[in-house]
Design a protein. Structure first.
Ligand SMILES: *[C@@H]1O[C@H](CO)[C@@H](O)[C@H](O)[C@H]1NC(C)=O
Length: 440
């Protein structure tokens, strides 16, 4: 037939197969999805400790670890229970109940009073906690943790990772406003022990009790090993004083006194949580790093991880002293003789550390400047135990600047060798406030 018309069959253009096209269409998101998922896992690994945020709950003081999101990653996590055998696993939920750390009383040797009474809690709040886990679970970490997202990793200390969390809310005028929060959470590589649980609880409970004080920073949430606190952009006092010490900035006398007043008020409020003038908690790690510049430029104290809830004698009601395990000793050289002598301590230990801060504001130098490295550590500690004091330049000793005079006085009030002779935080705060009222 074709021959007859002299025509050859013309190859018809083949319709392109639809199938591969559809496949490619499917493959795109599929590959994308796998890559995203893979990337998520990498990120999740990076932002590992957030995992614990999604998954931890505190119920009546018991810590429950939910393994619902990242069971693969959970594998890397070492959960150290006091009795791991008690952990049960069912339907993807791993439940771990730590018992109160029995070692704790041994570790922090409570000193029994002369009369041999027991050391008991001063206040019931010392044994409580106020977790707000729902609030923390409502924070959308999972979709926000990407770099450049609303959750970013900021830094880490010896104990915690610090994340910045940008939260949005509808403000009173109906607009969307945002606030930056800091999420502090136990470092991933740390073991989850009842002891650490107690340390975080102590920080949280102290902050909660002190939410009434404008000189202590706020607590927005607490759950398990996580705290949500304000994210400050004003930096901390250490950064400020560092720049000052190195001559990069000037700090006026007025500012120095303002700092001293605010710092003393923070410590005063900590040492008088219950308003009865009897310290029931200590800071234990008081230094310039622990004071943050709040929104209005006011210094606020925080970080109560190393503090102590003080107990009292069951018979006399007098405060019990305590002695932390020597392994927790601060390696710095601005602390009290009793700490370096490894003997019993009281809230007056914080006062000595506060004196070192007054010295800094007075002299533009840290105590034992030039000898603060570990090389001189033992030497300086020996000097402190012997009752020696760091030098103060003649020009400062003779200074007529009333702020210098006041800071020198505050330093002396706080750095008495005998803890009993040191002033209370309330006294030093009142003294500094008095000077402030006179001058400004
Ligand atoms: C509410 O938020 C808007 C947008 O961030 C802001 O401009 C405004 O000042 C806020 N109003 C109040 C009362 O905070």
């Amino acid at each position: 037939m074709n021959d007859r018309f002299g025509l050859q069959p013309q190859p018809q253009p083949q319709p392109r197969k639809a199938k591969p096209r559809i496949l490619w269409l499917l493959a795109g998101p599929l590959v994308g999805g796998i890559l995203t998922h893979w990337w998520d896992l990498i990120l999740l690994d990076k932002y590992y400790s957030l995992d614990t945020l999604f998954n931890s709950h505190v119920v009546d003081g018991d810590f429950i670890y939910f393994a619902e999101v990242a069971p693969k990653l959970r594998r890397h996590k070492r959960i150290v229970g006091l009795d791991e055998d008690d952990s049960s696993w069912s339907d993807g939920i791993d439940v771990w109940f730590p018992k109160p750390d029995e070692d704790d009383n041994e570790r922090y040797q409570r000193h029994r009073s002369e009369d041999d009474g027991e050391c008991i809690s001063m206040h019931s709040w010392q044994e409580s906690s106020f977790p707000s886990c729902n609030l923390i679970h409502e924070m959308d970490f999972f979709s926000k943790y990407r770099p450049g997202g609303d959750v970013t990793h900021v830094t880490h200390g010896g104990f915690n990772e610090l994340y910045r969390y940008k939260d949005r809310y509808i403000n009173s005028t109906g607009s969307i406003a945002s606030i930056s929060l800091a999420v502090k959470i136990l470092k991933y590589e740390k073991d989850y022990t009842a002891h650490k649980f107690g340390v975080v609880r102590q920080d949280a409970v102290t902050l909660e009790r002190l939410s009434k004080s404008p000189y202590i920073y706020n607590l927005y949430g607490y759950c398990g090993f996580a705290l949500v606190v304000p994210f400050v952009t004003g930096g901390n006092l250490n950064d400020k004083l560092y720049d000052w010490r190195h001559g990069d900035i000037e700090i006026s006398s007025r500012e120095r006194l303002q700092y001293a007043v605010d710092m003393a008020r923070g410590l005063r409020d900590l040492h008088d949580i219950d308003g009865d003038g009897v310290p029931s908690a200590t800071h234990g790690d008081l230094k310039e790093h622990q004071y943050l510049f709040g929104e209005d430029g006011r210094l606020q104290l925080g970080d109560f991880n190393k503090g102590q809830f003080l107990s009292k004698s069951s018979t006399t009601g007098k405060p019990c002293t305590y002695k932390p395990p020597s392994t927790t000793y601060n390696d710095k050289v601005f602390r009290s003789p009793e700490e370096y002598m490894n003997i019993q301590q009281t809230a007056a230990t914080d006062i000595f550390a506060f004196g070192s801060l007054m010295y800094y504001l007075l002299t533009r130098q840290r105590v034992w400047e030039g000898m603060t490295s570990s090389k001189y550590r033992d030497k300086v500690r020996k000097l402190i135990i012997e009752g020696k004091r760091p030098e103060i330049k003649d020009t400062i000793l003779k200074s007529q600047d009333p702020v210098d005079v006041a800071l020198k006085k505050a330093y002396e009030m706080c750095s008495a060798y005998d803890p009993e002779k040191r002033v209370s935080a309330k006294e030093v705060a009142e003294f500094l406030e008095g000077v402030w009222k006179q001058l400004y």
